[in-house]
Ligand binder design. Structure first.
Ligand SMILES: [Zn+2]
Length: 82
């Protein structure tokens, strides 16, 4: 009788651990997908969507902005002098 209870408790603990691991895994998938190579980011100047690896990046006040071209990046920096 004791054995069944112990096995049941172990099963419940394992179930919770697996569920938590699965949730963490899903969360890391989401965050890595956010800035992944194929993630689409909007250019704040011309509103065009670009991928992170083809975008031109500018750091303004510890925030990274993504632009489709140097022209948009320069225009953005003119409007937001740091
Ligand atoms: Zn642009």
């Amino acid at each position: 009788m004791y054995r069944i209870i112990i096995i049941l408790i172990l099963l419940i603990i394992m179930f919770y651990m697996v569920r938590r691991a699965f949730r963490d895994w899903n969360k890391s998938e989401e965050t890595s997908g956010l800035l992944g190579k194929d993630a689409m980011i909007q250019d704040p100047v011309c509103k065009v969507y670009i991928t992170a690896d083809s975008a031109i990046t500018r750091k303004v006040e510890d925030r990274t902005y993504y632009f489709c071209s140097h022209e948009c990046a320069n225009r953005f920096l003119q409007n937001h002098p740091s």
